[in-house]
Ligand binder design. Structure first.
Ligand code: DLL
Length: 436
């Protein structure tokens, strides 16, 4: 039998029941943090919430202070750990771009719950026990590879722990082992999907039907491109190291927002500047409280991801709230000549323009106190390089689009195919030279 939901009873629970579970688990989590983590003990005492016995409704959460990435850094590596090391069975970490990594630790029960949550996301994305799944995330401390690995095995799917790198071998494995599902970042999936053309085998040699992609933003346009190149269906899933990795939320067949696992996470949206809670449908920063983690529980974690939440029932039957695709991260937002720009906005514009490939770099410089943004974009076809008029028209067309949509003058540089770096993990497309 093909399962459409991994834990149907939980995933379709009436809203009041979800909220009752959340309230009970919130109180437990607050008490657990108060009892076991010195930082939380101090903060909960200072804000008057104490051991959580005064929490009467879910909105009382607003009295609890936020936890931030700096708290993880300041308490590196194990300061936020709530269980004794003898109960910890796994350590993961995210490398980050600067400073120390962010660490997450798991008890045996945390790992069990995690593999159920990832299984929910995978089943919602269409995976069944019949599937052969190639995991092309880099194995190691990153939560993506082992997270998806355990989740897929939990469903009974066949897992190929391919890790990332070596494009030809990736495609060979796909053909030879009859891989039906690919797990990767959207940028790596796009890269692999383009390489199919060069590998010299017809698309019919690939049995691929699903892409379970996550770990970075995937615009609808990028998704369409991957789907067209590979002839597959792509679903998006979201998570982060601080919250235990993937499994926080994921697309269902409706692909109209990613369902949270609300019995394990309590999401809120806040105004980034004031920290005030925002209502349903309002765009702001996602804040999440874990409700069942024991190794490293987190109270009101500021994710820095910009999104909105809806509680409306979904056509798939799931009752858990959904988050929209993220618009970007608060720390990704570029402020250029005073204009706020998210890289995903630029990507959305580029991907709908003909003759260019979806590979780009954003280079920001400052001269005489004036910022400028250069967008380097790859041409799809090398022949265009020899046609000055068409090249110039294309450049002007892209610049005009950027001006009208972003309200910002940009300089577009068109470069030869395959000259912009490809990424096997998360893409890094911004080079900000302003503070150098
Ligand atoms: O990327 C966990 C993960 C692994 C999620 C595999 C999904 C699949 P970190 O490396 O700690 O953890 O990065 C977390 O990546 O705050 C977002 O900014 C971004 N991110 C993760 N998933 C998505 C997504 C993993 N589906 C950070 N869409 C988060 C947009 C995403 N951004």
């Amino acid at each position: 039998m093909i399962k459409l939901m991994f834990q149907k009873e939980i995933e379709t629970m009436p809203r009041e029941q979800i909220e009752a579970i959340q309230l009970e688990r919130l109180k437990e989590t607050v008490k657990y943090c108060y009892d076991n983590v010195p930082l939380y003990h101090k903060r909960l005492t200072e804000c008057g919430v104490g051991d959580g016995s005064k929490i009467k409704t879910l909105s009382d959460i607003e009295y609890i202070p936020f936890t931030t990435k700096d708290d993880f850094r300041d308490n590196y590596p194990f300061g936020l750990m709530a269980a004794p090391m003898k109960d910890i069975v796994r350590i993961h970490a995210s490398s980050g771009t600067t400073g120390k990594p962010t660490v997450g630790v798991y008890t045996k029960e945390d790992i069990k719950i995690w593999s159920d949550l990832v299984a929910r996301v995978a089943v919602a994305g269409g995976v069944t026990s019949e599937d052969i799944i190639q995991i092309s995330f880099g194995y190691g401390l990153f939560t993506g590879a082992l997270g998806l690995h355990y989740g897929m095995e939990n469903i009974g799917a066949t897992v190929i722990p391919a890790s990332s790198g070596n494009t030809e071998k990736q495609l060979m494995m796909m053909r030879d082992y009859g891989v039906t599902g690919l797990v990767a970042t959207p940028s790596y999936a796009l890269y692999l999907s383009e390489a199919v053309k060069e590998a010299g085998y017809p698309l019919s040699d690939y049995k691929l039907r699903l892409g379970i992609l996550g770990s970075e933003p995937c615009t609808p346009a990028m998704r369409s491109q991957i789907e067209a190149n590979f002839n597959i269906r792509v679903s998006d899933n979201y998570g982060m190291t601080e919250l235990g990795g993937p499994g926080v939320s994921g697309d269902c067949e409706a692909r109209n927002g990613m369902h949270f696992a609300e019995d394990h996470f309590l999401p809120e949206i806040i105004d980034t500047d004031t920290g005030k809670r925002l209502g349903e449908g309002e765009v702001g920063e996602l804040v999440i409280t874990t409700l069942t983690r024991r190794g490293m529980p987190v109270l009101r974690y500021r994710t820095k991801d910009i999104t909105k939440i809806t509680y409306e029932p979904c056509s798939c039957g799931r009752t858990h709230a959904r988050m929209s695709k993220t618009m970007g991260r608060t720390d990704d937002m570029l402020i250029i000549k005073g204009v706020n720009v998210f890289p995903t906005q630029i990507e959305n514009i580029l991907i709908n323009i003909k003759d260019i490939a979806p590979h780009y770099m954003l280079i920001i410089t400052r001269e005489n106190y004036r910022d400028s943004l250069e967008i380097k974009v790859e041409l799809e076809n090398v022949e265009l390089l020899e046609n000055y008029q068409r090249l110039s028209d294309l450049k002007k067309h892209i610049e005009a689009k950027m001006q009208s949509i972003l309200g910002l003058r940009t300089k577009v540089t068109l470069v030869a195919p395959k000259t912009i770096e490809r990424f096997q993990g998360k893409a890094k497309r911004i080079v900000d030279l302003r503070n150098q």
